[in-house]
Design a protein around this ligand. Sequence first.
Ligand SMILES: Cc1ncc(COP(=O)(O)O)c(C=O)c1O
Length: 332
Amino acid sequence: MIKWPARIELAQLPTPITKLERFSKRFKDTTIWIKRDELTGTEVSGNKIRKLEFCIAEAQNQSCDTLITCGGIQSNHCRATAVLGARLGMKVHLILRGEKPDMPEGNLLMDYLCGAQISYLSQGQWRGHEDLATELQALYASQDRKAFFIPVGASDEVGLWGYIKASEELKQNFQDLKMEPEYIVTATGSGGTQGGLIVGGELLGMGSQVVAFNVSDDAAYFEKKIREDVTLWKQRYNQEFDEDKMKIRTVEGYVGPGYGVAGPEIFDSIAELASSEGIFLDPVYTGKAFHGMVTELQKGDAGALRGAKNVVFIHTGGLFGVFPQQQNFRFG
Ligand SMILES: Cc1ncc(COP(=O)(O)O)c(C=O)c1O
């Protein structure tokens, strides 16, 4: 029995799971399914809301009225936090990496519309973002407010619960479909989705292997980060869990030119899935992971998804990140 911590229901759940009827035809033996976590909401679409259900419950338990979090200028996580803060009547302060643009677009536009306060740190200053968060907490305390800090991507021992909980939903999906996929595929950026799926799968005795495609850093980084988060999670929630059983599989080679920067093959993959199935990926996370998954499937037994009859791709959202990169699509 899993001992769940406090959670506030914010996401539209359960999300649907869809078979890619037309797209899967290119594979003789494999069917691709999509777990539609881009449908967890409209403004809050994507994976972050599942983690934030636990993080914000924790903030409220600590009587906090303000949320401080951080990420890139086009952070989906920061946008989800800004939206939820507005929805719950909490103040949100975002620390964003990069220069303030003349004209906010995509996720950043939504951050401003939701009334988030924003501090910008240059790439060089970014190392100090947690120190700035601590200073802001002190500043808010002097104004009689109490601020709760959520780290990048809500990937910590609290946010880990999001995809442990989602694993329950997946298990139910697989039972309903009478199908147990060999692989569950996700993009990984700060590690919380990947970590939660691995822990959830293990706790619930699921047979599918979690395979992540990194969009930043490398496999060694995610191995370390997930093990650290799981250790803290065990301590904080007094959970019995044998972390030696965890198989952390991160497939490298699909970051492309860098985090947030994609090559033409990613924009082509986005257009291909949109035209064949009406499902939109994004160029920062899901487009790279989906392209990586398809490329590995095409390698057959030589690829990372050997023997895949059914693969479930977790669509973690990111739609608003498409628009600031619209100039990279090729038409005609
Ligand atoms: C759309 C999208 N997909 C995937 C991820 C990666 O999830 P995680 O940060 O839990 O590794 C993110 C994180 O920022 C995201 O915004």
